[in-house]
Design a protein around this ligand. Structure first.
Ligand SMILES: [Fe+2]
Length: 296
């Protein structure tokens, strides 16, 4: 049995977002031939910005035909894919949309009630290896925040999410516009700016809630009262001091939270993505992008 990790895939296609190669390229047999020896008892962990569940169809909560094809392709692979969520994921579809204002606004007015009800729930939430996952496919699973999973006899703490940086000109919230015409007018006016749209290309859940952070702390404390250490930590973002060393600003609640954990949590190795580089900071801190590294 083996565990491999890799960084952001940003969706399905090669070079779909900037220079990111997409999971159908990254995890193809050509790029990742190791899979020829693998089974569903072997794992590939994507460190956030998976992007396989991305599109918002305002008429339906279902996967697009392209997404369905790509996720079925991933399911057909001879390994199990796990991912922590990043800041480029459709959280409404993954974990359920809790924003009734958005659901009842003009934005979703064409969506039948039965589809809205599905959107409220997201993918099935299931217990898995000691924590909770969202089951995208039987062997394509999103690891929820703040749980410790036993994967191939390794204890793994997962905590996805990151604050987006491509929103410096703001978020357009459809619920603040009376209708689509006025929304579109404003959207056109701001063309060329770094703006994303709530429910379409940005979701507030990219950052954890206070409850999720408290849950993570509690999980670790309980675990470490009976165990020497956590083997692996998988996050999308990095602890604040690591980001500073990489030359990034790091003053947001999640990076500060991860920094706090880093100071008292006993762990073996910590892997994160988000910064779109491959760099080894120390014996314990690893930043991954398109490299696929066997860690166990
Ligand atoms: Fe990314």
């Amino acid at each position: 049995m083996a565990i491999y990790v890799t960084g952001d895939t940003h969706g399905i296609h090669p070079y779909g977002l900037g220079s990111v190669d997409g999971f159908m390229h990254r995890l193809s047999t050509t790029v990742f031939p190791e899979q020829k020896q693998m089974t569903k008892e072997d794992y590939v962990i994507i460190l956030g910005d998976f992007g396989g569940v991305w599109y918002t169809d305002r008429h339906s909560s279902q996967e697009s035909s392209e997404e369905r094809y790509a996720l079925d392709w991933l399911e057909s692979k001879p390994f199990t894919t796990l991912f922590v969520p990043g800041n480029h994921e459709n959280y409404d579809r993954l974990m359920g949309c809790y924003d009734e204002r958005l659901l009842s606004s003009w934005f979703f007015s064409a969506m039948p009630e039965v589809e809205k009800e599905k959107l409220r729930h997201g993918y099935p939430r299931k217990p898995w290896h000691g924590g909770y996952v969202r089951q995208i496919r039987p062997s394509v699973l999103m690891l929820e925040r703040g749980d410790i999973f036993e994967i191939d006899a390794q204890y793994c703490f997962a905590f996805g999410g990151a604050q987006s940086h491509d929103i410096s000109d703001g978020i357009l919230d459809p619920t603040t516009f009376p209708d689509e015409t006025r929304f579109k007018k404003e959207y056109q006016r701001r063309r060329g700016e770094l703006v994303r749209v709530r429910g379409l290309s940005w979701w507030a859940e990219e950052l954890p809630s206070a409850e999720e952070m408290a849950h993570g702390r509690e999980t670790i404390q309980t675990f470490l009262s009976n165990h020497e250490r956590i083997d692996f930590v998988f996050t999308h973002d990095a602890p604040a001091s690591d980001k500073v060393l990489f030359g990034y600003e790091a003053e947001d609640p999640l990076t500060l939270y991860l920094e706090e954990l880093r100071h008292w949590m006993r762990y073996g190795k910590w892997f994160y993505g988000h910064l779109h580089q491959n760099r080894r900071l120390s014996d314990t801190q690893f930043l991954l992008y398109e490299q696929i590294v066997r860690i166990h």
